[in-house]
Design a protein around this ligand. Structure first.
Ligand SMILES: [Ca+2]
Length: 253
C-alpha cells in the first residue's frame, strides 16, 4: 500500500486507512473516485481534522526533514502540506471557520453567506462539523459532479428555508452582494430588478417562486443559471489544481 503523505508516519497512515476501509470501499460505488483517490482524500481530511494540526512554527522547525517536504511537494501532495499550515482555532468553532478557509484558499470561494449555507447543506443533523463521509461526498460533487448532482446541490444551497422553494426574498438576500453602489437605495433597486429578471427566466410554472423542477428545467436550458444566485461550486481552474494534488486523472482543462 503506497504511503500518501511523506510527512505522516506510514504505520499511522495504514491504521487510518484500515479504520475507514469499509466506508471507502462503499464510496467507490457512490462517488466519482477510485479507492486510491479516496485514500488520498482521507489523508487530507485527517490533516484538516486533527485537533492540533502542524502550524507554521512547527513546519519550520529544524528537526523536520526538509528532504521529505521537498519530495512531498514534488509528488504533488503540496496541498496536504499547505493544509497543515492553516491555523487551528478553538474547537467549538473549528469546523465552520476551517471550512471557510479551505473553500477560500483551495476553491476560490469568498461569499461567507453562501459558504455558511454550503456548510448547513453538508452538516446534516447540525453536528457542527462535517464528517468524513460528507467531506468525501462534497469532494465528489465539487471535483467530478455530474450536472444533475450539481443542480441538486446548488438548489439545496439556495433553498435557505429547506422547504423546496426559492422565494424572491431569498434571491434578494443572496444577490445583494453582487452589486456595489454608493447608495443603499440604488443597490436595492438594482437587485430588485435582477431578481425580477431571474424570476422570469427560472419560474417556469409562473407561481412566483422557484421549485426544484423550475430550477432544473432552467439550468438544463441555460447552464449558466446554475450559479446565478452566487458561487457555490469551485471554478474550473481550482478543480484542476486540486485534483492534481492527489490524482493522475485530472481530465481536460
Ligand atoms: Ca415556480
Amino acid at each position: 500500500m503506497e504511503n500518501k503523505d511523506l510527512l505522516m508516519d506510514p504505520a499511522k497512515e495504514i491504521r487510518l486507512k484500515n479504520k475507514h476501509v469499509d466506508l471507502l470501499k462503499g464510496l467507490v460505488k457512490t462517488t466519482h473516485f477510485n479507492l486510491e483517490e479516496l485514500e488520498s482524500l482521507l489523508v487530507i481530511h485527517h490533516k484538516l481534522t486533527k485537533e492540533r494540526p502542524l502550524d507554521r512554527k512547527r513546519v519550520s522547525q529544524p528537526g523536520l526533514d526538509r528532504r521529505q517536504r521537498k519530495v512531498g511537494i514534488e509528488r504533488n501532495y503540496a496541498f496536504v502540506l499547505d493544509f497543515s499550515l492553516i491555523s487551528s482555532t478553538r474547537k467549538e468553532v473549528f469546523w465552520l471557520s476551517r471550512f471557510r478557509e479551505i473553500l477560500h484558499r483551495c476553491f476560490d470561494m469568498t461569499d461567507d453567506t453562501l459558504m455558511d449555507r454550503m456548510f448547513s447543506v453538508l452538516d446534516k443533523g447540525a453536528r457542527q462539523h462535517i464528517n468524513l463521509e460528507s467531506w468525501l461526498n462534497m469532494m465528489s460533487i465539487f471535483l467530478r459532479g455530474t450536472l444533475e448532482e450539481r443542480i441538486k446541490y446548488a438548489f439545496a444551497v439556495y433553498d435557505a428555508i429547506g422547504d423546496g422553494h426559492i422565494l424572491k426574498d431569498n434571491m434578494f438576500h443572496l444577490m445583494h452582494k453582487f452589486v456595489v453602489l454608493p447608495s443603499y437605495d440604488e443597490v436595492d433597486e438594482v437587485v430588485t430588478d435582477m431578481v425580477e429578471v431571474l424570476m422570469k427566466k427560472m419560474d417556469v410554472d409562473l407561481d412566483g417562486k422557484i421549485s426544484f423542477a423550475d430550477f432544473k428545467t432552467s439550468v438544463h436550458k441555460c447552464p449558466l443559471l446554475l450559479e446565478a444566485m452566487g458561487q457555490c461550486l469551485p471554478t474550473r481552474s481550482s478543480i484542476h489544481a486540486f485534483l492534481r494534488t492527489f490524482s493522475r486523472n485530472v481530465g481536460r482543462f
